[in-house]
Design a protein around this ligand. Structure first.
Ligand SMILES: *[C@@H]1O[C@H](CO)[C@@H](O)[C@H](O)[C@H]1NC(C)=O
Ligand SMILES: *[C@@H]1O[C@H](CO)[C@@H](O)[C@H](O)[C@H]1NC(C)=O
Length: 379
């Protein structure tokens, strides 16, 4: 499965990571909710990487509450994921395929084609979902029909992600991690593998690649002021620069990292409900912040990869060799029954991990151990 010629943008935009790190810091320091933060070099490209756990600094009153208050180890229950798969003009077929490759009746899915996609493309997606036997029966695929305008490098991207999170929280309380993907992303492992690999994990873990070493980004990303026309225009145009520049914040610290994260339910709740004012403050700060994922080479052991064109032959290879997925069908899992396979939902509390699952699990467990030792903290 190596060198499938995929390009990935594993470097996260400054924006979301800083948001996340700040949120995590606050949650673990002040809210006493998240006991640890893990950093993965990219969940997706990774599993061999660094994780981090928030340091409990002495001096915080809340740290007393936190002391030794790690949640009990999770039982062997199989988790559930909540996915956002988003696309734009011309992404219908890609999105449809990715959705099929990712589908599992345990999970929740929100799909979104942004306002740039023509109305008939969005209508086609809506009617496909509505008309789909399994989707309509299980009811776990939801399309945001009131589409948002999304500018790739702008804050409307963050707003759209938060919108999807809010919908996922509203539709179901019953999920453990949020994963956002684009229509040109594709899984390299089956959902059974992924569910298995995450089942022994503490549900409060977040997988966020991050660093506070901003390097050139301090000057080129953090200080320029941008305007995102997606905030007030109904047609798409790129972000533009405004003057003068601003200084680096002193009220909070900026982090940079990859745009691909796996976020815990409790953390997403904190970001969306924002009982502390920090999420809103940061969102406003980021309204003028350019975020741009930079390319990085693919690494092995990835759970997801990108960036694929429609009907990319590499996808056929992934379907055949890694997912065992037949064209137009779902990635097979233990839930599949009926004829043809996966045309009916069997027992979705059963999973059948494949050959790669054990390795994936060990890698994730190693990350969790590192985090518990307090390595690679968000600081
Ligand atoms: C809905 O499904 C039926 C049967 O599965 C099919 O014949 C029809 O073309 C579908 N309609 C749309 C809009 O996809
Ligand atoms: C996930 O959401 C963040 C925040 O909106 C965004 O910056 C990032 O690009 C998204 N990732 C994908 C794969 O869409």
């Amino acid at each position: 499965m190596v060198s499938l010629n995929m390009e990935r943008k594993w470097v996260f935009p400054l924006v979301i990571s800083s948001l996340i790190c700040m949120f995590l810091l606050v949650t673990s320091f002040n809210m006493g909710l998240v006991s640890s933060v893990y950093r993965i070099n990219s969940l997706f490209s990774i599993f061999p990487a660094h994780i981090s756990m928030n340091q409990r600094k002495p001096g915080y009153a809340e740290s007393k509450i936190n002391q030794g208050a790690l949640p009990p180890p999770p039982g062997p229950t199989i988790p559930r994921f909540a996915y956002l798969v988003s696309g734009s003009k011309g992404d219908l077929e890609k999105l449809w395929r990715t959705l099929h490759a990712l589908y599992h009746p345990r999970n929740q899915y929100v799909v979104h084609l942004d306002l740039e996609a023509p109305a008939d493309e969005r209508l086609a997606l809506a009617s496909r979902i509505k008309n789909h036997t399994i989707f309509s029966k299980v009811g776990n695929v939801y399309m945001i029909t009131k589409a948002n305008m999304v500018t790739y490098r702008g804050p409307t991207m963050v707003a759209n992600t938060l919108h999807a999170c809010a919908i996922l929280l509203k539709r179901s309380k019953d999920w453990d991690w949020f994963i956002n993907l684009s229509a040109s992303d594709y899984p390299l492992v089956t959902q059974d593998d992924l569910l298995y690999a995450f089942s022994a994990l503490n549900r409060n873990l977040n997988f966020i690649e991050h660093t506070s070493q901003l390097g050139w980004k301090a000057d080129k990303r953090a200080m320029p002021l941008i305007i995102d026309p997606g905030l007030y225009m109904s047609t798409k145009s790129d972000v533009f620069l405004a003057t003068p520049r601003r200084t680096l914040p002193t009220a909070f610290k900026l982090f940079t990292g990859s745009a691909w994260t796996v976020l815990s339910h409790s953390f997403v709740e904190f970001c969306v409900w924002g009982w502390d004012n920090l999420p809103r403050t940061l969102l406003m700060y980021y309204t003028n912040f350019v975020s741009s994922p930079e390319d990085k080479m693919i690494r092995s052991n990835a759970a997801f990869a990108r960036k694929f064109k429609q009907d990319d032959p590499v996808l056929d290879t992934i379907d055949k060799d890694l997912l065992g997925r037949a064209s137009r069908s779902f990635t097979p899992g233990a839930w599949c029954s009926g004829k043809p396979k996966c045309s009916e939902v069997g027992d979705f509390n059963k999973i059948k991990p494949g050959p790669g699952a054990q390795r994936l699990r060990q890698l994730i467990a190693a990350l969790a151990i590192k985090a518990n030792l307090g390595q690679d903290q968000c600081k």
